[in-house]
Design a protein around this ligand. Structure first.
Ligand SMILES: NC(=O)c1ccc[n+]([C@@H]2O[C@H](COP(=O)([O-])OP(=O)(O)OC[C@H]3O[C@@H](n4cnc5c(N)ncnc54)[C@H](O)[C@@H]3O)[C@@H](O)[C@H]2O)c1
Ligand SMILES: [Zn+2]
Length: 389
């Protein structure tokens, strides 16, 4: 007689996302509090990994991590010299990097209550987070995102991953961090392209969920484009809060369903990154992806023309692209290369295709197919807009 045992349980996650300045100032005890947030009152073991691009841009960073550890040796112990991990797309395109992190942590005999402190951009955090999630099925991960994009999006959520098989995030896990520390002082060394690129994710959450935030971004756009610190910090905090609200209350933090509003603009954005051999950064790809889906939604009769114009204007005012030549690359059979991003996106999510399109600023709808002729027309419109500006 066949029998079945049905099982159901819930695991609750909670983690803080701190906003601070100069976390490695020896006078700050924020990081010590983060390691001991469960009140364990012991000397915590911490292995620190640093984005190589960040370390090169801030030559004193590793010394300040060591000095901080020295000043707080009653709270935590650095188990090794901070180890550099390649930054940018290199981090996510070499399985050997994951192996190196696994070896380093294995040799240190880190246990499930030991900490990985990862300091860097979204790419390095994704790779380090994946490795940390595999060892003993998950070490405690404290992320310190060092780019605008990572502080408002990539570094604060529950996912990690690396690219493989010609697809973004082909290998990865869902693994909420132990804590996140957004240190605004890390952003001062960011090149302008990276700083502005990160704002694409702020535009994204504003368009899908928050018209009032969108209006604030419109007002602050000139200051944000110029890199003024106060509006930048405000935009990061607001965008992070909306992003986290979506994860915590949106009903599907581990993406078991097919709908993914936080991936607005990403089906095309990811494909553009791949088509350019990663010359196009994530933020810039997403900006063009959002411009494409905005014009598409307008042409499909889903989004009022005035709202579409506002979205395109904000993307441009922030110094983000709305068109890139990769949008017009074609396969030998004449099909637009970017369109393959739709299939990749569906395969990544599984089930029915689900693309989020705006219906107003702050509101969206899920569509289950995309019309290629409309995509072509939208690309043509963006090309014309690009020539005019
Ligand atoms: N896990 C997620 O939920 C999620 C969400 C969105 C994006 N992502 C991923 O994030 C990646 C993009 O991350 P990103 O935009 O943070 O860029 P990045 O990590 O690719 O870094 C860009 C460049 O900036 C350098 N850098 C980092 N911090 C610096 C600093 N403070 N000063 C000087 N240089 C610095 C890096 O070394 C690199 O060369 C993409 O691979 C994307 O897939 C992940
Ligand atoms: Zn993104």
């Amino acid at each position: 007689m066949p029998t079945v045992i049905h099982n159901r349980f819930a695991v609750s996650f909670d983690y803080p996302v701190h906003f601070t300045d100069n976390a490695f100032d020896p006078a700050s005890d924020l990081l010590c509090g983060v390691f001991d947030r469960l009140g364990e009152k012991r000397v915590h073991r911490v292995a620190a990994f640093v984005d190589a691009g960040l370390a090169e841009a801030r030559p004193g960073l590793e010394a300040s991590i060591r000095a901080y550890a020295h000043a707080h040796e009653d709270a935590f112990e650095l188990t090794m010299e901070p180890l550099r991990i390649p930054g940018g797309c290199k981090a996510k395109n070499d399985v050997a990097i994951i192996q190196n992190i696994v070896f380093a942590l294995g040799n240190l005999h880190m246990d499930r209550q030991s900490f990985v402190l990862a300091i860097g951009g979204g790419s390095m955090l994704d790779a380090t987070g994946l490795a940390a999630s595999l060892i003993h099925r998950g070490l405690r991960l404290v992320r310190m995102p060092s780019t605008v994009l990572a502080q408002c999006d990539a570094g604060i959520g529950v996912k990690n991953g690396i690219d493989h098989h010609g697809q973004k995030n082909f290998m990865g896990t869902f693994a909420p961090p132990f804590a996140v520390v957004n240190d605004v002082s890390l952003l001062t060394s960011l090149p302008p392209r990276e700083r502005v690129g990160g704002l694409a994710e702020a535009v994204k959450v504003a368009v899908i969920r928050d018209g009032a935030f969108f209006a604030r971004l419109e007002t602050d756009a000139p200051a944000l484009a110029a890199g003024e610190p106060a509006p930048l910090r405000r935009a990061i905090e607001d965008a992070a809060a909306i992003h986290l609200r979506q994860i915590c209350t949106g009903g599907d933090p581990f993406e078991f369903g097919s709908a993914r509003p936080l991936d607005f603009g990403h089906w095309a954005g990811h494909r553009l990154e791949i088509l350019s051999g990663h010359a196009i950064a994530h933020g810039q790809g997403v900006a063009v992806g959002m411009a494409l889906d905005t014009v598409y939604a307008k042409r499909a009769g889903l989004l009022p023309e005035a709202d579409a114009a506002r979205v395109l204007a904000l993307i441009g005012a922030l110094g983000l692209p709305r068109f890139l030549p990769e949008l017009e690359m074609r396969r030998p059979d004449g099909e637009l290369e970017v369109v393959r991003g739709i299939g990749d996106f569906r395969e990544h999510l599984g089930g029915r295709l689900c693309i989020t399109l705006p219906t107003a600023i702050g509101r969206t709808v899920e569509v289950h197919s995309m019309d290629e002729a409309l995509i072509e027309a939208a690309i043509g419109e963006l090309r014309t807009l690009n020539h005019k500006t």
